[in-house]
Design a protein around this ligand. Structure first.
Ligand code: GCB
Length: 595
């Protein structure tokens, strides 16, 4: 009896702590370099506004057999939605829809002996439950990171039925929470694959240059099982590297070795090498670059030289399509415009974006800042939210830790100092460090104020000491009137550390001409003037090591109600929703060209 009670208590405790979560399994690294079958395409869909689908077990996809049978649903001959994509942009009625949509499709699998099969989702916004052949195989929460389930024992050769219940309702315990300045695009928004691996497979590897040394490569490999004495090879043919590693009794192996004549990756010369990681019959390939990034005093060093970050932000959105970006072609569109502006960095706002963007950015020579959507209004006192954020940031770091372009892990955007906030963010830093200690940790703050006595801008947030690089969002000339002439505005913020202005800007409707002194003209002239003023201020920020205007393109946001100037669009873009450059674009371009 006592035993039973204890067990019940324990289950209750676990339930309160974690909910009834069957969370996704550990991620495998580099899905794009593995054997896989795409499950992208048209999926059948059912809109489930009142959340009746689960109760009615519609994932069983039953058909009437007996005379008395009937089912009040069918996935056949109904709504069809593209995967990947958001649902909002696929049907006028779904533009503002937030709730549950069921997705389903059938698929066959090539018979594979001695293989394991994983169902992989690049991202589903925001939460989902996945059912295969009538069985729930797992759940996931978080709209911008990948997850996978081992389906080896559930999958059949023919006619598998896969159903995914997707829900994007905003809740106070979610990340992001109840409101945020971008569109809450719901759906299976990234690639879906069936990935096949050997029974024991190379689950994870890390191949990167030492943080400081220009000729030392560090390698870590992890097998899916704790098999000792397995040999794993790491090859970089162009560098004549062929290293044989042997696993320990945890199934992991580590090595560091020196390389000669390594050409380091940089924005000017984004050199990538073919890297092959293999063990037995398994062979995984990808392109990896090598560079050093660290801070010293107030400087950020890339390959031992101080660098100034000429950055820009964009959302994972194609404005002309009014929908999420998901393909390689979308990545080309977004990144080409950033290239044209003369940037060497991108702050991926405000969540991990798809791998096409990350990989192409690396190839095109952009450093990257990647963050999870800890965007205002997060419930820092909620333990479950903290654990969720921890999982999310780990999924992000797991996915992108071999991308040398990744320079910054961002742990938060615009948070207010408090003990729970500090603990929460420290936990996130710890989660990053568990997987990777080579990147710079940053966060964007918005608490910089003007001190009239000292006539300087200052900020009071002790948390900056936890960061490698401090970042500030400051909308001078838009949300904040100038307390002093822009060229007299001196900053004393985070002295001794590198500082990045991670957001600044103001709104303008493309093609609208107006008074350059009046914000409510929503004119290109006003926005251009605001850029000139901010650039004048940048000269008086002694530790400024980068700027990142907000934002490359106008983007859709329910925050923005103005009936003629906004129409559900945040108009801070340097480029309009139709792809036209505004006057401010040219000012920023000139600033970057001179830097
Ligand atoms: C901010 C936020 C960003 C918003 C922006 C704005 O500070 O970080 O997500 O979109 O301001 O336009 O107000």
């Amino acid at each position: 009896m006592r035993k039973v009670i204890n067990k019940t208590l324990l289950t209750l405790l676990l339930f309160t702590l974690f909910g009834n979560d069957i969370s996704a399994q550990d991620l495998m690294t580099n899905v794009y370099g593995r054997e896989r079958q795409s499950l992208n395409g048209k999926w059948d869909a059912i809109i489930d506004l009142y959340d009746q689908g689960r109760r009615n077990k519609i994932y069983l996809n039953k058909k009437p057999e007996g005379k008395a049978d009937f089912y009040e649903y069918s996935f056949d001959h109904g709504l069809r939605l593209n995967v990947p994509s958001d649902w909002n942009s696929q049907m006028a009625e779904l533009k503002y829809y937030e709730g549950t949509v069921w997705y389903a499709r059938r698929f066959d699998v090539e018979p594979q002996k001695d293989k394991r099969l994983f169902l992989y989702f690049g991202a589903v916004n925001y939460r989902c439950r996945v059912y295969l052949n009538g069985t729930e195989i797992g759940q996931h929460e978080g709209g911008f990171t990948p997850f996978q389930f081992d389906v080896t024992d559930v999958v059949k050769e023919k006619d598998n039925f896969l159903a995914v219940e997707v829900n994007d309702t905003r809740t106070t315990d979610a990340i992001p929470a109840m409101s945020f300045d971008w569109w809450n695009y719901g759906g299976i928004t990234r690639d879906v694959f069936l990935v096949s691996t050997p029974q024991t497979y190379i689950k994870d590897y890390f191949v990167q240059l030492d943080k400081y040394k220009s000729d030392k490569i560090d390698v870590r490999v992890q097998l899916s099982a704790a098999n000792a004495n397995v040999s794993v090879n790491v090859e970089i043919p162009e560098l004549n590297v062929k290293q044989s590693l042997v696993t320990d009794n945890q199934g992991s192996a580590k090595a560091s070795f020196n390389v000669k004549k390594l050409q380091r990756w940089s924005p000017d010369s984004p050199k990538l090498y073919d890297v092959i990681v293999s063990s037995g019959n398994e062979k995984i390939e990808e392109k990896i670059g090598f560079r050093n990034i660290y801070t010293k005093g107030e400087d950020i060093y890339l390959n031992d030289k101080p660098i100034f970050m000429k950055s820009i932000s964009f959302h994972e959105e194609i404005p002309q399509r009014k929908g999420r970006a998901f393909s390689e072609a979308d990545a080309v569109m977004l990144l080409s415009e950033a290239k044209a502006l003369g940037c060497n960095m991108i702050r991926l706002a405000h969540y991990p974006q798809n791998e096409y963007i990350v990989r192409l950015a690396e190839k095109m020579g952009f450093l990257l800042w990647e963050e999870i959507p800890i965007w205002q209004g997060i419930d820092f006192e909620n333990d479950a939210t903290r654990l969720k954020a921890g999982n999310m940031i780990k999924e992000m770091v797991m996915r992108d830790k071999n991308r040398c372009a990744l320079a910054f892990w961002g742990v938060a955007n615009e948070t207010q100092p408090s003990a729970p906030r500090n603990e929460f963010l420290k936990y996130l830093i710890q989660c990053c460090n568990e997987i990777d200690t080579t990147r710079l940790i940053t966060a964007a703050f918005d608490l910089v104020r003007f001190n009239r006595e000292r006539q300087v801008f200052f900020m009071d947030d002790p948390f900056v000491k936890e960061l490698d690089v401090v970042a500030v969002n400051k909308y001078m000339g838009w949300y904040h009137p100038w307390p002093i002439a822009p060229d007299k505005a001196v900053w004393d913020v985070a002295a001794g550390q590198p500082l990045i202005i991670s957001e600044f800007g103001g709104e303008a409707l493309y093609g609208q001409s107006g008074d350059r002194d009046v914000a409510s003209s929503w004119s290109e002239e006003y926005q251009a003037r605001l850029y000139e003023d901010n650039i004048a201020m940048f000269n008086n920020i002694p530790n400024l090591r980068g700027v990142s205007p907000w934002i490359l393109f106008d983007f859709r946001s329910p925050f923005r109600f103005h009936p003629t100037n906004q129409e559900d669009w945040n108009r801070k873009g340097l480029v309009s929703d139709q792809g036209y450059r505004k006057q401010a674009w040219y000012i920023m371009k000139e600033y970057y060209d001179k830097k």
